[in-house]
Design a protein around this ligand. Structure first.
Ligand code: FE
Length: 233
């Protein structure tokens, strides 16, 4: 554990990652239909570029090959705490514990959001509490029950995964997911997660570009990544 974590931390916090991630094109989330059944293809996957036989292979380096591939190579940003944002008027406490907010009969574009909860030194925080709430695919909150609301805890590696639908727009706001995050025994961070390429981002008074998730389109919907950096105590 210690050895793995040390290597992971080196990767995570180094200014020269050993394996840069391929750039991810911002998903055209505005173009995603919201009325399609979940699971239905929402867009045509981008074709895989063919191998270019004329391209020059990367020059070999003197670095010995690792004996095993890194378990996870992620672009972590630990250069500042995740900004706090207003809770807004629609928070409901005591949500059910669940990693999927999708329920039978829901429509929308499936979104899987993953990431880490980290401290300011890039150390993962296990068992951190995350409470998500959002509008449904047509921009409506359930203020009587717990639709599109749920909490979960990070695993031993500080990771979370939320399965949900792309939240719809509602008047006055750009597309967003609300969240509260708390390390065990620590202060609660209340914030929001935003999406790239949204026309309404620029006109939203609450929007913060530091809170944009990385989003890519897959055959199964959208995949987003967002890492939280919080005060553990
Ligand atoms: Fe909201």
């Amino acid at each position: 554990m210690t050895t793995v974590m040390a290597g992971w931390l080196l990767t995570a916090c180094s200014s020269t990652p050993i394996e840069p991630l391929a750039p991810t094109a911002p998903a055209a989330v505005d173009a995603a239909p919201t009325g399609a059944p979940i699971g239905a293809p929402t867009s045509t996957p981008a074709p895989t570029p063919p191998n270019n036989p004329t391209s020059t292979p990367p020059a070999p380096t003197s670095t010995p090959a690792p004996t095993e591939p890194p378990a996870t190579v992620v672009a972590l940003k630990c250069d500042g705490l995740t900004p706090e944002q207003t809770e807004g008027p629609y928070y409901t406490p005591n949500t059910p514990e669940r990693t999927s907010l999708i329920e039978a009969g829901m429509t929308g574009t499936k979104l899987i959001l993953t990431g880490y909860v980290l401290d300011a030194n890039c150390r993962p925080i296990a068992n951190a509490w995350l409470d998500f709430w959002q509008a449904d695919a047509v921009g409506e909150y359930d203020n009587a029950g717990y639709v599109m609301r749920g909490h979960q805890f990070t695993d031993a590696d500080g990771r979370y995964q939320l399965e949900t639908v792309l939240p719809g727009l509602y008047p006055g706001r750009t597309r967003h997911i609300h969240v509260k995050v708390q390390a065990p025994g620590g202060p609660v961070l209340t914030s929001q997660i935003y999406f790239p390429g949204e026309a309404a981002n620029a006109g939203d008074q609450i929007f913060d570009p530091a809170l944009i998730a990385e989003v890519e389109t897959t055959a199964d919907g959208l995949r987003g990544t967002f890492n939280f950096v919080i005060n553990p105590k």
